[in-house]
Write a protein that binds this ligand. Structure first.
Ligand code: GLV
Ligand code: MN
Ligand code: MN
Length: 405
């Protein structure tokens, strides 16, 4: 069965226009106006193609043909980072939808269901893979009151404003005990496939990550009248800790660990006031849980010691964590067999980015496919993949899925 490549690309282009930052990449946070518009469009596409669309309390959307038993899941997410790219997440969703439509057009009976996970990027609450964490029970209901957005709303409050929180959920929309396999296709987001000329990546394992938030509180004061000596500048402390952590991680490149301080708020954020309070995040990722853990502990030590040295107050809170996880062996070998049969240039590789597939892999046999990212750019407006690679990846997923239906 052949997917419709033209339709796939044109749908992806349409969704790239549903953004809060036109001309500056795609910004579509879960539960935002743009997210609701994208959900509405997906719902229309589903119903136009005889499918039913439901949403659980956390905002995970489930799209399936009326007769599907839902034993095979596939999908990804539609939310983005701020000023992100046009393919991260949505590519996996539109690919899955394209495959469902192709089945429908060919009157093919199957048991596949598309799942669109909510809040994968953690753009609202600082915790990645949130929808899949709730779905798989990693997060219990108490987490709804613990996850807090940058503007101070709990996840429960944000969800209560959405229409799906009012839909009566009489039963679990997906019982993962009945699911046989889960598939996610995604752009690689790194340079490996593009640099080495591969068409397809078969994911071996997804890296684990830990995220913390640090609050440094010093003393604010006049930037002109306060001598340098004796200042308690919370930003300078954050800068010193950041450099020391970066140096620690870079000192051992063999370890393949990455660490990033990607979010930083300086308060009061005035050019002529010494920053009283600085809040920043640190995330650490690697393929080995023990290394992620040890690196995060060493970073926390640096953060606390820097605070003591600079005589400022320090609070550290754990924001999110997920373990590194391998994909299912039998799915990987089926994928390789099909790639060989179709004469595709493929490479087995690990994923440095996290994905909902990693959460699902704790419970269900799961497989992931990558397509090349041009110049390895992602989470930026420049994120791109050659159209022929996007089409080839979806057709390949279709070929793989047919082994399971
Ligand atoms: C999600 O894209 C992540 O890896 O942070
Ligand atoms: Mn993604
Ligand atoms: Mn992403």
């Amino acid at each position: 069965m052949r997917i419709n490549g033209k339709r796939l690309i044109s749908d992806l282009e349409d969704f790239s226009l549903i953004t809060a930052t036109p001309g500056e990449g795609v910004t579509r946070f879960s539960y935002s106006r743009e997210d609701i518009a994208a959900r509405q469009r997906l719902k229309e596409m589903a119903t136009e193609n005889n499918m039913i669309c439901r949403t659980d309390f956390f905002g995970n959307m489930i799209i399936s043909p009326k007769k599907s038993k839902g034993t095979i899941l596939f999908g990804s997410h539609i939310d983005t980072v701020k000023n992100g790219g046009w393919l991260d997440g949505i590519y996996g969703v539109i690919s899955a939808l394209e495959i469902l439509r192709t089945f429908e057009e060919n009157k093919k009976q199957h048991d596949c269901t598309l799942i669109v996970f909510a809040e994968e990027e953690g753009s609202n609450f600082g915790s990645t893979m949130t929808g899949s964490k709730f779905l798989t029970g990693k997060y219990g209901p108490e987490k709804l009151d613990q996850l807090i957005s940058d503007n101070g709303y709990t996840m429960r409050e944000v969800l209560q404003k959405t229409s799906f929180s009012r839909e009566k959920q009489k039963e679990e929309l997906i019982d993962i005990n009945f699911v046989k396999a889960m598939f996610e296709i995604h752009v690689e987001q790194g340079p490996v496939l593009d640099d080495e000329g591969f068409e397809i990546g078969i994911v071996d394992a997804v890296a684990g990550m830990k995220v913390i938030q640090i609050t440094y509180e010093g003393i604010g004061n006049h930037a002109g009248a306060s001598p340098m000596k004796g200042r308690k500048d919370s930003f300078i402390a954050a800068a010193e800790a950041a450099l020391a952590i970066d140096e620690m991680i870079c000192s051992d490149p063999e370890q393949n660990i990455v660490g990033t301080i990607g979010k930083l708020f300086v308060s009061p954020n005035c050019s002529n006031v010494i920053p009283e309070k600085t809040v920043f995040t640190l995330e650490v990722r690697s393929e080995k849980n023990i290394k992620t853990e040890a690196t995060m502990e060493a970073a926390k030590k640096i953060i606390r010691e820097t605070a003591v040295k600079r005589k400022i107050k320090c609070t550290i809170s754990d924001m999110a964590s997920s373990n590194a996880i391998p994909m299912a062996e039998d799915i990987k070998s089926t994928m390789k067999k099909i790639a060989r049969k179709k004469c595709l240039k493929y490479k087995s590789m690990s994923s440095g980015a996290v994905h909902d597939a990693a959460m699902m892999a704790n419970h269900i046999a799961t497989g992931m496919i990558f397509v090349p990212s041009i110049n390895g750019r992602s989470h930026v407006p420049e994120e791109d993949t050659r159209k022929e690679h996007l089409i080839c990846g979806t057709q390949y997923l279709m070929d793989v899925i047919q082994e399971y239906i």
